[in-house]
Design a protein around this ligand. Structure first.
Ligand code: HEC
Length: 256
């Protein structure tokens, strides 16, 4: 048996300790960053300016690969866009418009009553254009992923070069928040990916926050009403409790 010199053993143990510490740190790296969302908490509402900027990002970036099949252009009223703005947005895309006299499929400009235009005619085409991976529909993505808005935000800001010891599959990108860390989606947002018209600076973090606010609204447009209803119900119950108590006091006032 070969004897291992003591110095080597000590060095090995020290290195082992270091490795364990660094892998613990790597695990900690996957903790989702905390973001202050306008829509969290019982009184939260959507920051509409942010949702509008987020729609711009969806329109210019995400919609090249991701559909949002459950949304109609007219729904954009919900983030405060005017009828005129919605008409213009819908008209800026071409949607399938039935067939012409020769039976050939034709395209026409979109209308507010149309679904958001999907980037691909079907899932096979979407996969073929994305190295075999399917960009999921974004209609309710914010509710469909564990971690919700925090996870989507983290995913947008979580790209980097892979650690030296990680073997990447061909065509995959490293993202420390994606399960398994290898994602087929190229980093969609960088500083300056869009130009905001309201003077907001388009940093990566700002863009991520805005697009996630938009996706959160899309997944649950009636959240604000639901929360307001909850508050009204609680107020009503408090009032009812007070009244019941007053009635009870009155009824029993001469019973000793
Ligand atoms: C070039 C095409 C492309 C663009 C542009 C794109 N994505 Fe993706 N996206 C994909 C593909 C492909 C996947 C599937 C990745 C996989 O399964 O590895 C995906 C997956 C996702 C997922 C799901 C991750 C998960 O946990 O399963 C989210 C969220 C997402 N994209 C958000 C966005 C947002 C937000 C934008 C716009 C800022 C965007 N994507 C732009 C191609 C794209």
């Amino acid at each position: 048996m070969r004897r291992i010199p003591l110095a080597r053993l000590i060095l090995g143990a020290a290195l082992g300790g270091l490795l364990a510490a660094s892998s613990a740190r790597a695990a900690d790296d996957t903790k989702l960053p905390k973001v202050e969302w306008s829509f969290s908490g019982p009184f939260g509402t959507y920051d509409l300016a942010s949702a509008q900027r987020g729609f711009l990002i969806y329109q210019q970036v995400c919609s090249n690969c991701h559909s949002m099949n459950q949304l109609y252009y007219r729904n954009l009223e919900g983030i405060g866009l005017s009828e005129e703005q919605i008409k213009a947005i819908a008209a800026s895309v071409q949607v399938p418009g039935g067939v012409d006299d020769n039976g050939q499929p034709i395209q026409r400009p979109g209308r507010p009553a149309d679904h958001f235009r999907a980037p691909f005619p079907n899932d096979q085409a979407a996969r073929a254009a994305n190295g075999g991976a399917l960009p999921p529909d974004q209609s309710v993505l914010e509710l469909a992923r564990e971690g919700g808005a925090d996870y989507l935000y983290a995913l947008m800001v979580g790209y980097s070069d892979p650690p030296a010891d990680m073997k990447m599959q061909p065509g995959m990108m490293y993202n420390r928040f994606f399960p398994g860390h290898q994602i087929a989606m190229p980093q969609p947002l960088q500083d300056g990916s869009v130009q905001y018209t309201d003077g907001t600076k388009p940093t990566l973090e700002q863009e991520a926050k805005d697009v996630v606010t938009f996706l959160a609204w899309a997944a649950e447009p009636e959240m604000v009403e639901r929360k307001q209803m909850g508050v009204k119900i609680i107020l009503f119950l408090l009032l009812l409790t007070g009244l019941t108590y007053a009635v009870k006091r009155k009824l029993w006032s001469d019973v000793h």
